[in-house]
Design a protein around this ligand. Sequence first.
Ligand code: MRU
Length: 345
Amino acid sequence: MSSDTSSQSLATGTTVQPMIWSSGGLRLLDQRRLPQATEWLDCNSAAAVAEAIRSMAVRGAPAIGIAAAFGIVIDAQAGRDYAAAETVLLQSRPTAVNLHWALGRMRGVFDAGGGAGRLEAEAQAILVEDVTQNRRIGEFGAALLPQGARVLTHCNTGALATGGHGTALGIVRSAHAEGRVERVYATETRPWLQGARLTAWELVQEGIPSTLIADGAAASLMARGMIDAVIVGADRIAANGDTANKIGTYMLACCAARHEIPFYVAAPSGTFDLNTDSGAQIPIEERVGEELLHLAGQRTAAIGIEALNPVFDVTPAALIAAIVCEKGVIRPVGRSGVERVLGLS
Ligand code: MRU
C-alpha cells in the first residue's frame, strides 16, 4: 500500500489526498471522521464505493466522480458485471454531474472493448487530469483577486473534494502562493459542517490565514466591508450557467449582489451539464432530517419538530460574476459564454 501511495503522490503532486488507489482496492480518507480522526476506509467492490459516496465518506463533486471510476475498475478486475456496477454507482448521489461524466468516460472505454487494464488507466487519467485542471483553475482564478484579498468560501472545495488542490479552495491556494490572500473566511456549512471540519482542516494545514464563521454571519461581514470576493464550487452547471452547489450558496450570492461583491464559481469542465437547459431541471438531493436534528450524535432539536434537508440549491447565472474553469473564465455568465469557453461555438 505504501508504494502505491507514493506513486500516486508523484502522479498528482498534491499533499492532502482523499483517496489512494492500489490494484484491487480503493482507500478513502473517511471524511465523516475528519478532523477528529484520520481513518481510511477500504472499498473492495463498486457497491462498497457507492455506499461510501452515499454515506459521504467521500464527497465533493470531482472526488465522487473519481471514486466511482475506480469503483468500476474494482468490479472489472473481479470479473463482475459492468452494467450492475455502473447502475449502483450512478444511484449513489443525484446532484453532482461529475459522477455521470466520469462514468460516461469509463463506459466509453468499456464499449470500445477495454478490459480491466484500460479501465484502470482511464480512472488514473481522470484523477491526474482533475489535479491538472484544478491548477489551471487556480491560476485563472487567482488573477481575478485583488492584492490582499479577503475571500469568503462555502462548503469544502479543496483537495478533499477533488483529486487534489481543489477548485474554489484551489484558487485560494494558488492566490495564497502568489501572496495575494490576506484572509479566508470559511462558513461552517450546516448541517454537515464541511466548512468547519474539512475546509478549516485544509486551511490550517497549509498555514493560510483563515477564520471560521457561522453561516448566518456572512451578510454581516459583507456589510462591514470585510469581504472582497466570494468563491464557491459547483456540483452541476446548467447550459445557461445556473449553478447548483451546497445549500446556502444562493443565499451568499444574494448577499454578495446586495453588497456589490463579486461572486465567483470555480469548477472543471466535467461539472457542466449541457443537456440540462437551466437550473430548474437540476435534481436537488434531499438527505434525511436526522442530519439537522442531531449534532455529533446528540439530539439538538426539540422532540417532535419535522426537518427538511435539501443539501444543494441553485444560484441563477445572473448573480454570478464569472465561472472559472480549466479552459478559461466565463464572463459574463450565460449560454453563449459557456459554449465559447468550453469550445462548443
Ligand atoms: O454534499 P457535498 O459535501 O458533496 O457537497 C459538496 C459541494 O457542494 C461542493 O461545493 C462541490 O461539490 C464542489 S467540490 C470541488
